[in-house]
Design a protein around this ligand. Structure first.
Ligand SMILES: Nc1ncnc2c1ncn2[C@@H]1O[C@H](COP(=O)(O)OP(=O)(O)OP(=O)(O)O)[C@@H](O)[C@H]1O
Ligand SMILES: [Mg+2]
Length: 218
């Protein structure tokens, strides 16, 4: 079983949006997936309870109970565990990073968000754990030309020695509306959003597979 923690100590960066899309992407590709909701707001649990079709299993937990929840998922034969975390909850996020094979750091392309990424990067680096930075809510590229905001954010991430994954999620209403009914943008009409999610899944799946597994097969 692979475990992926979706983290950002800064609030509102898009953790829940990314975590639910990754879980749905895996489910749609036949991967038996469980989501653990570590956020007391329980946003991701609300998303999956609104889903009419079969989808990933979703349970709530807390940092101190995370390891038992991970072992329970392993015992159920799950192939992938996605952990959605709470902003600012350093102890719980640390627990999630320690138990994960891969941490996905979600950041928006603004200077404030890049500054807010630094404590999250420090946490992951102190623990020497594999991580992938995903840029979310990026303005659209126009006629193949990248937005100046995104270019500047790329330079900022290079300066932080945290180059982003090649898959960038653009600011799209479909990411908001799809999740209202527990669906992925891949299940909707917006082909561009679907391509972004497919690319994101590929990056995360490859990076998680390249990491030494924390939790061994049961
Ligand atoms: N790529 C995107 N395009 C458009 N809207 C987005 C995108 N990503 C996230 N959002 C919106 O931004 C808001 C914050 O996203 P989300 O809840 O995923 O962030 P979060 O990091 O989980 O927040 P929190 O820290 O409160 O848990 C939500 O309203 C969500 O629908
Ligand atoms: Mg959230």
């Amino acid at each position: 079983m692979r475990t992926v923690a979706v983290i950002a100590l800064k609030g509102g960066s898009g953790k829940t949006t990314v975590a639910s899309h990754l879980a749905l992407a895996a489910h749609r590709r036949g991967v038996d997936t469980m989501v653990i909701d570590l956020d007391p707001q329980h946003s991701i649990q609300s998303i999956f309870s609104a889903r009419a079709d079969p989808g990933p299993a979703c349970v709530t937990s807390t940092g101190p109970k995370l390891m038992s929840a991970q072992y329970a998922a392993l015992g159920l034969g799950k192939q992938l565990l996605i952990i959605d975390t709470q902003a600012g909850a350093v102890e719980d996020v640390t627990e999630a990073v320690v138990l994960a094979d891969l941490s996905v750091l979600v950041v928006r392309p603004t200077l404030l968000d890049l500054a807010g990424l630094v404590p999250t990067l420090n946490l992951v680096r102190r623990l020497s754990k594999p991580a992938l930075v995903v840029m979310n809510q990026a303005p659209a590229a126009r006629e193949g030309v990248e937005s100046p905001l995104v270019k500047r954010a790329m330079r900022g991430l290079e300066y932080l020695q945290a180059p982003p994954a090649p898959a960038i999620l653009r600011a799209r209403t479909i990411y908001q509306t799809a999740l209202e009914t527990g669906r992925s943008a891949e299940e909707m009409w917006d082909k561009a959003a679907a391509r972004e999610i497919a690319a994101l899944w590929k990056c995360v799946d490859n990076a998680a597979a390249a990491s030494p597994p924390e939790a061994r097969e049961a």
